[in-house]
Design a protein around this ligand. Structure first.
Ligand code: ZN
Length: 358
């Protein structure tokens, strides 16, 4: 049974940017460093123990990098291997980088977690850690209606064109003769066992499945409206928001996920799958008020990079190292929801996360 630690990294810039997502798949990473303890990455002393170096990821830029994943798997303070979620699963993480075709960080947005590596020689730790990872994936597949084929390793994300070139976690799996296909098979096995359990009704089905006002739902194939009329294909293929608190099994779906349609139609709850909980309220976003350009800013960091454009396809052109005052003549918001400002000098774009308006 998974007993997930929730310890959101509220100081991480990724958490603050809070770009909304509906999970389309899962990326499995491993950390690439010999430290199997969650406390190295997760700021939750009660559950994982104290990190004496405080170099966990509950900070703006862990290790100076703009990174964050949804969860880590490793030892808690009692040497139990557990999952610790550091981001809500309805906001994009900054995990896999980007490749030729795009990035699983955003479009399509995948849930991403890191398995804490040890010295890569202990078969017992390897087996247990990947078993917890497989259980976690099975749980996520059920919760978000994700198919097992949509679980990929970072290395595979790269090969598919949606991530940067890393070899995790297969470089570790290889040492024990396994591949990501073996991992997916393990997740499928867990899901099959769970289905049998559900049929036998000797265990409660997934927690928190009852549909409520504000939830995002998908419609199962062959579903009908509450009055028995068939649901057209174009409606069935989209995801919808639940309009009001359901009465019995009667659920009224209204707005489409893409905001283009409003159908206000009752459907029986049994035909709906909850894909996102309406109660998962987003953290306060990075609400930098859009300023009227031009305006002056003071740089608050010793080294602020200048880029030719905004993230993610930007190239570094230089840096500001004088904590000086600069004029911003244009603003842009990047795909991560972060704000950028164009320098009057024509030198390029800087992140507005590290300046203050004066
Ligand atoms: Zn990775």
């Amino acid at each position: 049974m998974l007993n997930i630690i929730k310890a959101h990294a509220v100081k991480n810039l990724c958490y603050i940017a809070a770009q909304k997502m509906v999970p389309q798949g899962i990326v499995v990473h491993s950390t690439g460093a010999n430290n199997p303890n969650l406390k190295r990455y997760v700021d939750a002393a009660d559950e994982v123990g104290v990190n004496p170096n405080a170099n966990h990821w509950n900070k703006a830029k862990p290790g100076g990098r703009k990174v964050c994943v949804h969860a880590f798997i490793g030892y808690d303070k009692n040497k139990q291997i557990r999952v610790a979620e550091i981001l809500p699963l309805n906001i994009c993480c900054w995990g896999v980088g980007s490749g030729k075709k795009g990035s699983y960080n955003f479009k399509p947005a995948y849930i991403q977690f890191e398995i804490c590596e040890d010295g890569l020689k202990d078969k017992d730790y390897y087996t247990k850690a990947f078993n917890v990872a497989a259980q976690y994936c099975a749980h996520l597949c059920k919760q978000y209606n994700i198919s097992v084929e949509k679980i990929v390793g970072h290395c595979e994300a790269y090969r598919l064109g949606y991530g940067c070139n890393h070899s995790d976690p297969e470089h570790w799996m290889k040492k024990f003769g396994e591949t990501m296909s073996d991992f997916r098979n393990r997740v499928s096995e867990i899901l099959k066992i769970d289905e049998v359990k559900i049929e036998n009704k000797d265990e409660t089905v997934i927690e928190n499945t009852s549909i409520q006002k504000g939830d995002l739902v998908s419609i199962v194939k062959g579903a009908t409206y509450y009055n028995g009329k068939s649901i057209p294909d174009w409606v069935q293929k989209q995801r919808w928001y639940v309009k009001a608190e359901p009465t019995g099994s009667r659920v009224v779906i209204d707005k489409s996920e893409n905001g283009k349609h409003s159908i206000c139609s009752p459907v029986d709850e049994k035909y709906l799958i909850k894909v996102q909980n309406g109660e998962d309220i987003l953290p306060q976003g990075n609400k930098t008020v859009s300023n009227k350009c031009p305006y002056l800013v003071k740089v608050k960091t010793d080294c602020l990079n200048i880029y030719n454009d905004v993230a993610p396809n930007n190239i570094k052109k230089g840096a500001i190292k004088d904590r000086g005052v600069y004029t911003i003549i244009e603003e842009k918001t990047d795909c991560m929801g972060a704000k950028w400002g164009k320098l009057k000098s024509g030198a390029g774009w800087i992140s507005l996360d590290f300046v203050e308006k004066i």
